[in-house]
Design a protein around this ligand. Structure first.
Ligand SMILES: NC(=O)c1ccc[n+]([C@@H]2O[C@H](COP(=O)([O-])OP(=O)(O)OC[C@H]3O[C@@H](n4cnc5c(N)ncnc54)[C@H](O)[C@@H]3O)[C@@H](O)[C@H]2O)c1
Length: 346
C-alpha cells in the first residue's frame, strides 16, 4: 500500500512509519515539524526508496491538495495532533486549531481526492484518536467502542471533536473512514515531557520524580510498537465506518508504574539507595481523569490483534532504549517548556 502518514515525525507516527517501511509499504510522511517532532525518529528509513518526507501543516488546504495529487496514496493515516494534556490546559487554542480545524481540512482534502479518483472502495481515511474521549472511569468497567463520549480536558475535547467530524464525513459523504481509540502509549522515542521519559531522565539526573496528586490514577499502558502493528492491521483490514479500541491489557496506577521503573533502574544503573527515594508528590492536574481502561475484544476477535508484551517487558525495553540514546533525549530537553511544570492553572 501507499500510505500518507500525518504526524510521522512524532512519537507514534514515527513508529508507524518505521514499521510500514519495514513491511514494504510506500510511505509519505507529512509533518509540520512542531516542537514535538524529531526527524531523527525516522532517520533509519530516511534514505529508503519507499520513504518520502513532506513538511506541511494539516491546516494548509492547498498544501494537502498538492501532496495528495502528487503522491496518490491508497490510504491516509492521520496522527498529526497537539497531544500533551498539560499544554492544552495552558493554551487550548492551538489544540482546537490543529486537532479540530486541521482534521477538517484533511478530511476535505481527502474527500476531494477520493471523489476525483472515482470514489474507490479500497481508499481509507484512518483517524487515530485516544481513549480519553470517553472520559473517566471509576474502579471498575472498561471503555467499549459504544461508550458515550465524555471528554474532560481541552485536549480530549479537541480529539472528540475530530472523531465526530470523521464519522460525519463517513455518514454524509460516504468517505471510507476507520477510527481507532488507543490507551496511553510508551516506548522508544517518547518525547521527554511525558510521564515515563520524565521519570527515567529525572531519576538518572538525581532530580525529583514528580507524581501528580496521590499517584492513584490508572492508565492502560500500550507499547508503541504493538500499537503501530495494530494500526497497520486496521488500515488494511478494518471495516469502513467502524472504530476499534486498542489497549495494552496492562492497567497500572501511576505510582505502581513509577515504582516499577525505579526497580528496573535500580538493577540497570545501581546507585546508593533506590531511585524510588526520589519520588515526590506534586499538585494534581486540574480535572485529572481517575482511570482509563480498554475493552479490547473487538480488535482481538475481528482482526486477531493482541499486545505482544506485558508492561514489565515493555518498560525494560524502554529503559534500555533511553540508556542507549542519550544524545536523542538531551537535544529534546532543550525545547520550549520541556522540564517545566505545565497545566497547573485551574
Ligand atoms: N501518546 C499517546 O499515548 C496517545 C494516546 C492516544 C492517542 N494518541 C494520538 O496519537 C496521535 C499521535 O500521538 P503522539 O503521541 O505520537 O504525538 P506527538 O506529539 O509525539 O506527535 C505529533 C506530531 O504531529 C505533528 N503535528 C502537530 N501539529 C501539526 C500540524 N498542524 N500539521 C502537521 N503536523 C503536525 C508534530 O510535528 C508531531 O510530529 C495523536 O493524534 C494523539 O492524539 C496518542
Amino acid at each position: 500500500m501507499k500510505l500518507l502518514v500525518t504526524g510521522g515525525a512524532g512519537f507514534i507516527g514515527s513508529a508507524v512509519v518505521r514499521r510500514a517501511v519495514a513491511q514494504g509499504h510506500q510511505v509519505v510522511n507529512l509533518d509540520a515539524l512542531t516542537y514535538a517532532a524529531c526527524l531523527d525518529n525516522v532517520a533509519s528509513v530516511a534514505d529508503n526508496p519507499l520513504y518520502v518526507f513532506e513538511q506541511a501543516d494539516i491546516r494548509d488546504r492547498a498544501a494537502l491538495d498538492r501532496i495528495l495529487a502528487k503522491h496518490q496514496p491508497d490510504a491516509v493515516m492521520h496522527l498529526a495532533a497537539e497531544s500533551h494534556v498539560d499544554r492544552s490546559i495552558d493554551g487550548p487554542g492551538t489544540f482546537i486549531d490543529t486537532n479540530v480545524m486541521g482534521t477538517f481540512h484533511l478530511l476535505e482534502a481527502a474527500r476531494a481526492y477520493w471523489v476525483a479518483r472515482g470514489k474507490p472502495d479500497r481508499f481509507r481515511f484512518h483517524h487515530i484518536s485516544t481513549d480519553e474521549v470517553f472520559g473517566s472511569l471509576g474502579a471498575t468497567g472498561q471503555f467499549t467502542e459504544d461508550t458515550p463520549y465524555d471528554p474532560r480536558s481541552p485536549y480530549s475535547a479537541s480529539k472528540a471533536g475530530s472523531d465526530h467530524l470523521v464519522r460525519a464525513w463517513h455518514e454524509t459523504y460516504g468517505l471510507p473512514v476507520v477510527l481507532t481509540n488507543c490507551s496511553n502509549n510508551y516506548g522508544p522515542y517518547h518525547f521527554p515531557e511525558k510521564l515515563i521519559p520524565v521519570i527515567v531522565l529525572n531519576a538518572l539526573a538525581g532530580k525529583a520524580l514528580p507524581i501528580y496528586g496521590d499517584g492513584s490514577n490508572v492508565r492502560d499502558w500500550l507499547y508503541v510498537e504493538d500499537h503501530a502493528e495494530a494500526l497497520l492491521l486496521v488500515v488494511a483490514r478494518g471495516a469502513p465506518g467502524r472504530s476499534y479500541n486498542i489497549g495494552g491489557e496492562n492497567e497500572r496506577s501511576n505510582l505502581d508504574l513509577v515504582r516499577t521503573l525505579c526497580a528496573i533502574l535500580d538493577r540497570k544503573r545501581p546507585r546508593d539507595g533506590s531511585y524510588a527515594d526520589q519520588i515526590t508528590f506534586v499538585t494534581d492536574r486540574p480535572g485529572h481523569d481517575a482511570r482509563y481502561a480498554i475493552d479490547p475484544v473487538r480488535i482481538r476477535e475481528e482482526l486477531g490483534w493482541r499486545p505482544s508484551v506485558t508492561v514489565e517487558q515493555g518498560l525494560e525495553l524502554t529503559v534500555d532504549w533511553y540508556l542507549a540514546n542519550e544524545p536523542w533525549w538531551r537535544a529534546l530537553q532543550e525545547r520550549h517548556g520541556v522540564g517545566q511544570r505545565l497545566g497547573v492553572r485551574a
